[in-house]
Design a protein around this ligand. Structure first.
Ligand code: NAD
Ligand code: MG
Length: 378
């Protein structure tokens, strides 16, 4: 990449939490980047404001409620992801809806700054294959994976073991029965991050950390035995990275997605940026670590087991989780039923190998059907 030529950026999911944070980062680097496309899933008002401020060549809403001047329909995600003026696709769509754009962008040789971890979880091999075939590359936006990449890039060596940190979510200190009956308002109150509703619920069940273990497996090519998780309530250390000689590096910072977003845009370069709160160990205070309480957060082990099983099982886990989270947010199931629905799907569905795109889509559809049935809202 030529550092003097502004790089074209497409933001998919521009109206969400990561999308808005990305525009805040780009605002500070208008000479480095040019916003070519802004695509939202909903929220016409926010999109209209973004379009007025950035005047992208392409903009649109995916959902049906859009009126002129925005084109609508899922095809605009892949159109934006493959637009000839786009160098970097920041995929901040939530859920399975982000998969096609990730694949299309990689096949078109783009850098994908990936917040949409669900793409990699559903179809990790296919995503890697698309990158090889088209010459595209994936750079993670997820803070833990950005931490791993930053340590590995600084070292110029491949990690041999990872320890991803988890805040533990809003229910870290709660007892089992209280967690099972938690309300949506309680589950959405994340202690250290402000995020969209789906990932907030995933953080409360720890399903998010299972998605991240699978994400790390595909991003860094490490076996599941070499990817561990530790609860770290302060969210200051984002990951520990062990190298073959036993040395461990970690990446630190006050919780903010703006740094991992900026790094995903610039990797392996670093830009001068005053937007991120300066680190101060005294303000950060004591850093503590504890194990995951598996009996209270069964979604984590279910997700990691699906990752280890491979084939289309991770896609089944992802779909089951998406349906369960939606059912919980709609008031149809209690919080404690989210892992129950996931478990019902994983024990009833058959995995297929190899996980072709057709097999992934079929598993996604079937897992959603079983999950709706298990959630009692079919
Ligand atoms: P969000 O709900 O705030 O935003 C999601 C965006 O995707 C919105 O623009 C929405 O309109 C759009 N969208 C929703 N459904 C869509 C569909 N069917 N088709 C097209 N667009 C659709 O979510 P978020 O918190 O910004 O998270 C986005 C992604 O980034 C998720 O995969 C999440 O796991 C990941 N992520 C988020 C954070 C964070 O701090 N928010 C951190 C790490 C990773
Ligand atoms: Mg994360």
């Amino acid at each position: 990449m030529n550092p003097r030529q502004p790089l074209g950026v497409a933001i998919l999911g521009s109206t969400g939490s990561i999308g808005v944070s990305t525009l805040r980062v780009l605002e500070r680097h208008r000479d480095e980047f040019n916003v070519v496309a802004l695509i939202g899933g909903s929220n016409e008002t926010v999109l209209a404001e973004q379009v007025a401020a950035w005047k992208p060549r392409m903009s649109g809403l995916v959902r049906g409620e859009s009126r002129a001047p925005f084109p609508a329909g899922p095809g605009i995600l892949t159109d934006a992801a493959t637009h000839p003026d786009v160098d970097i696709v920041l995929n901040a769509v939530v859920g399975a809806a982000g998969l096609d754009a990730t694949l299309a962008a990689l096949r078109a040789g783009k850098r994908v700054a990936l917040a949409n971890k669900e793409s990699l979880v559903m179809a990790g091999h296919l995503v890697a294959e698309a990158a090889r075939a088209g010459g595209g590359e994936i750079v993670p936006v997820d803070s833990e994976h950005s931490a791993v990449l930053q340590c590995a890039a600084a070292q110029g060596a491949a990690p041999s073991r990872l320890i991803l940190t988890a805040s533990g979510g809003p229910f870290r200190g709660w007892d089992h029965d209280r967690i099972a009956g938690a309300t949506a308002a309680e589950a959405l109150q994340h202690p250290t991050w402000r995020m969209g509703s789906k990932i907030s619920i995933d953080s409360a069940t720890l399903a998010n950390k299972a998605l991240e273990v699978i994400e790390a497996h595909y991003l860094f090519g490490l076996p599941f035995d070499a990817i561990e998780v530790v609860v770290h309530p302060q969210s200051i250390i984002h990951a520990f990275v062990e190298f073959p000689d036993g040395s461990v590096l970690a990446q630190l910072g006050f919780p903010s997605m703006e740094l991992p977003i900026l790094y995903a845009l610039t990797h392996p370069r670093r830009l001068l940026d005053g937007g991120v709160r300066r680190f101060d160990p005294l303000t950060a205070g004591p850093l503590t670590f504890e194990p995951i309480r598996h009996e209270s957060f069964p979604a984590f082990a279910l997700g990691v087991a699906a990752g280890r099983a491979g084939g289309t099982m991770p896609a089944a886990f992802n779909a089951a989780n998406e349906v369960a989270v939606q059912a919980f947010l709609a008031g149809q199931i209690p919080f404690g039923d989210i892992p129950r629905v996931i478990d019902a799907v994983l024990s009833r569905i058959a995995s297929s190998e190899p996980a072709s795109l057709d097999a992934v889509r079929a598993t996604d559809t079937e897992a959603r059907r079983i999950a709706q049935d298990a959630a009692g809202c079919s």
